[in-house]
Design a protein around this ligand. Structure first.
Ligand code: ZN
Length: 458
């Protein structure tokens, strides 16, 4: 066991969600003890020179699927490998999902997932995928509070396993609101997606290149509008996940402007990639739901991110392997989801901050502060404040790197961002005062992360 100690990070530029300041950070044990100018190192403290580096709070990726098993496809990767990749990318906390398979209690679902996550190097919490709550038994959601789970996930698509019809959505939203739980909803109108997919199948057009066409943007927009309406009627806070088009994020922003507790996320893949890639030579790389969209949507989404209409930037990381993605040139038989944990911060530093859509404080707000607040991890996580966990990334904004699978660490074995140039590099990552990555080397030893139980919203 690597014992946490006293560390003074000196001479860096500390980035909070409000401001940038030239300050030192004193870490004692697992927590930040002080932030200030020219702090004196206590006797025995280890001094870390951060001159020229940005000192960021550890990234919280609030939407990931590590070692995912949908019942149809199972990723052969594991938490040890993927959390190591995450640490190389400056991610110190993830909120993943525990799936309630039919007939299972929430406690059983969480127990199975906790066992899988035990070797994780970074800290973790879970949203519960709620699939089986019969009418009249909505008080089952109270069990989530006991388990330290503050958020649940519902789907408007994927029959028959995950799909929730409108009546189910409404009664679960109502119950979630009563218990102070946040509800995340995957929004795609199931009938529109099914009809479009069916007509492609009938025409014999099932190759990867037709994936984008199978899930129209209107399906997302319609479902998001409907879910926002249902959440408003239920008086329940809601997160519309992985917005892939500007119109969805704009709907959420408008709902919030009317006073609704509605939030949204988008992902680097929707900001940086588009559906022209389905016509290219490697369309298998981009099979995900929702799919990549028209090129014009990228700029619309960036503008909304810059305006503050988007609350969180997440990866929706899936570690399905190259072999699984390429097994058969048929979008109906290819597991959906892209790896992204390790590339999240450098991509957004490059194309968000570098291209002028965001400043560093905005990036901290989107990658740490907001997810911590929305999912009730604040102020233990997401904050560079005395008393907070010492989850810290030292980021060098100077070097230029080319993203390539040879230098990444996910078991996926490919990246959708192959060959893209990024500005800056994660130098070191500390999780609760322990170096996971130091000067580019993985040094965590056997020091593993912990489960983060969360309380309901007040
Ligand atoms: Zn997801």
């Amino acid at each position: 066991m690597v014992k946490p100690k006293t560390i003074l990070i000196r001479g860096g530029t500390v980035v909070t969600s409000q401001t940038l300041l030239d300050a030192d950070v004193l870490i004692r044990g697992e927590q930040i003890q002080a932030i200030g100018h020219d702090l004196t190192a206590p006797r025995g403290a280890e001094s870390v020179d951060a001159t020229g580096l940005l000192v960021l709070p550890g990234v919280i990726d609030a939407h990931v699927h590590i070692q995912l098993n949908t019942g149809i496809y199972a990723s052969p990767s594991n938490w040890q490998v993927e959390s190591r990749a995450a640490a190389f990318g400056g991610v110190t906390t993830v909120v993943d999902f525990a799936t309630q398979f039919p007939g299972q209690s929430f406690a059983e679902a969480l127990k199975a997932r906790l066992a899988e996550a035990a070797p994780s190097y970074i800290d973790y919490a879970f949203h519960m995928m709620v699939t089986d709550v019969p009418p009249g038994q909505e008080d089952m959601l109270g069990d989530l509070v006991e388990l330290g789970i503050q958020s649940l996930k519902l789907y408007t698509t994927y029959r028959p396993n995950y799909y929730a019809d409108d009546a189910t959505l409404l009664r679960l939203l109502e119950a979630a609101g009563r218990y102070g739980l946040m509800t995340l909803v995957h929004c795609e109108n199931d009938a529109l997606v099914t009809a479009q997919t069916q007509s492609l199948i009938e025409a014999g057009n099932t190759g990867w290149r037709y994936h984008g066409a199978s899930r129209p943007a209107l399906a997302e927009r319609e479902a998001a509008a409907r879910v926002l309406l249902l959440a408003e009627a239920a008086d329940a806070p809601v997160v519309i996940v992985h917005n892939s088009i500007g119109a969805t994020a704009a709907l959420v922003a408008a709902a919030r402007a009317r006073g609704q507790a509605a939030f949204c996320e988008t992902c680097p893949q929707y900001l940086l990639l588009d559906n022209t890639l389905y016509e290219g030579s490697e369309p298998w790389r981009y099979i995900l739901q929702p799919p990549l969209r028209d090129p014009g949507e990228r700029e619309k989404l960036w503008t909304l991110v810059a305006e503050g209409a988007v609350d969180m930037l997440v990866t929706d990381h899936c570690d399905y392997t190259l072999a699984q993605k390429m097994a058969v040139d048929d979008f109906t038989k290819t597991p959906g989801g892209l790896p992204g944990l390790e590339t999240l911060l450098p991509l957004l530093a490059t194309f968000g901050v570098g291209d002028g859509y965001l400043d560093w404080s905005d990036l901290v707000r989107l990658l740490a502060t907001n997810p911590a607040l929305i999912y009730n991890l604040w102020p233990r996580k997401g904050a560079l404040l005395p008393g907070a966990d010492a989850d810290i990334v030292l980021y060098d904004p100077e070097p230029t790197d080319t993203l390539t699978v040879e230098r990444l660490h996910s078991a996926a074995g490919y990246t959708p961002y192959e060959g893209i140039q990024v500005q800056g590099r994660v130098v070191s990552t500390l999780r609760r005062g322990t170096f996971l990555v130091r000067d580019g080397e993985f040094v965590a030893g056997d020091n593993v992360g912990v489960y983060l139980p969360r309380r309901p919203l007040s």
